[in-house]
Design a protein around this ligand. Structure first.
Ligand code: NAD
Ligand code: UD1
Length: 364
């Protein structure tokens, strides 16, 4: 049963799993910035496995700061999405209209060492979430997928019709692919489901305030946070993984997208749910359509930060591809969305976050 107060339906809620993390926290911020009053509640569930909470605080730092930035309240529950009972209580407490599902483990290398943990969290967690949604009659879902589902590109740019699931090299990547397949099957079995799988290219950047941003635990695996930590002096040099790829300067080329553009893509995707007749499973790329090489990223970050970024070329990283970038036509057509932030914005905003918060959300 959906919760009601004296027979009157309570304010609709958007349930955001993993909303304390990097992409989730920026999406929550954009959702709150877009509403003038209290049209809907934001309910975040997160087990804090990859989000930081200060001693004595109820909410993780990211959410606490968002409340300050937006002057709005976020409902927060510390729970694991595999805990069906805890999740059910959230659906019984709030009038959940739709779910944006970010919660997952995402370290590619770690997933090779701990496949069961990754499949359990990413696939098991997603199944429990969807079972709970069905139990409470909630059928609108936005899923955080990845361009990794395309594997080694057979053609570029990568359009949504490109085959998926071929040649995937990590349990992480496979978990994203398997979840999409499960969602397809589910939406065939029951026409009530409306599922939008957003295939992110490479999210970078931070909120323009520089108050929230990406805060990886340990040494970053991904390029942008690594460069930022070199610039701020936490790491001594960037290791560039190979300069013998068939790309203009030999280093890997990726489609980096500002996390605020990505967040806006989620807001636009939610609007699709209101379109008459919209149902089933839909995969949509979120990228800019433009690729930049590792050395172009280093140069852009140096210009934005005014800091030198020492780097050394080493061998290729296992599982890496030479080039990928997105075909953005479907996102333009279906969502009326396009990325507007430039590479300079991505670097400037990352630098604002990193230089203001050299230790991420931890103050010491
Ligand atoms: P993140 O680690 O910063 O955020 C994920 C959040 O989910 C964290 O706060 C973590 O504590 C939480 N979480 C993890 N497992 C959970 C569980 N079982 N129950 C409850 N909470 C749990 O990661 P992110 O970069 O914000 O990524 C968000 C989503 O986007 C993930 O699904 C990821 O696979 C996907 N994605 C990310 C990228 C990227 O480069 N950041 C690219 C493509 C897709
Ligand atoms: C990574 C993930 C991929 C995920 C994507 C999302 C791996 C193997 N793959 O891919 O599953 O979907 O992020 O954003 O982690 N690079 C360096 N030095 C570094 C780090 C990276 O040279 O220290 C290079 C890489 O070789 C690559 C580029 O920088 O050419 C971007 O790397 P990264 O940020 O890890 O992203 P992806 O490789 O696209």
């Amino acid at each position: 049963m959906k919760p009601t107060e004296n027979g009157i339906t309570m304010t609709p809620a958007i349930l955001v799993t993993g909303g304390a993390g990097y992409v989730g926290s920026h999406t929550v911020t954009t959702l709150l910035e877009r509403q003038s009053g209290q049209e809907f509640e934001i309910v975040v569930v997160d087990n804090l496995s990859n989000a930081y909470r200060s001693e004595g605080q109820k909410k993780p730092e990211s959410l606490r700061i968002i409340e300050e930035i937006t002057n709005k309240t976020i409902h927060f529950y510390e729970l694991d999405i595999r805990d069906a009972d805890a999740l059910s209580k959230v659906f019984e407490t709030h009038n959940v209209e739709c779910v944006i599902h970010f919660a997952a483990l995402k370290a590619v290398g770690e997933s090779v060492e701990k496949p069961l943990e990754y499949y359990q969290a990413n696939i098991g967690g997603t199944c429990t979430l969807m079972e709970t949604m069905r139990k409470y009659g909630v059928f609108k879902l936005i899923y955080s997928s990845s361009c990794t589902v395309y594997g080694e590109p057979e053609r570029l740019p990568l359009d949504e019709g490109h085959p998926t699931g071929r040649g995937l090299t990590s349990p992480y990547g496979k978990s994203k692919y398997f979840c999409e397949e499960i969602m397809k099957d589910l939406s065939i079995s029951d026409k009530k489901w409306k599922i939008i799988s957003l295939r992110y290219f490479n999210p970078v950047g931070a909120h323009r305030s520089g108050r929230i941003g990406e805060d990886p635990a340990g040494i970053p695996n991904n390029l942008m946070p690594f460069i930022a930590q070199v610039a701020v002096g936490r790491l001594s040099e960037l290791k560039v993984f190979g300069n013998d790829y068939p790309t203009p300067d030999g280093t890997g080329v990726r489609d980096y997208i500002h996390v605020e553009d990505l967040a806006e893509g989620h807001v636009k995707a939610m609007k699709l749910f209101q379109q008459p007749g919209f149902s089933g499973f839909h995969a949509i790329n979120l990228g800019t359509g433009t690729g930049y090489s590792v050395l172009e990223m280093v140069a852009a970050f140096k210009a934005a930060s005014g800091k030198d970024i020492p780097y050394r070329i080493i061998g290729r990283r296992a599982g890496d591809i030479a080039t990928n970038y997105s075909d953005v036509a479907l996102s333009h057509k279906l969502l009326g969305w396009r990325a507007v932030k430039t590479l300079e914005d991505m670097c400037a905003d990352t630098w604002r976050w990193q230089s203001k918060n050299p230790n991420g959300f931890k103050t010491s």
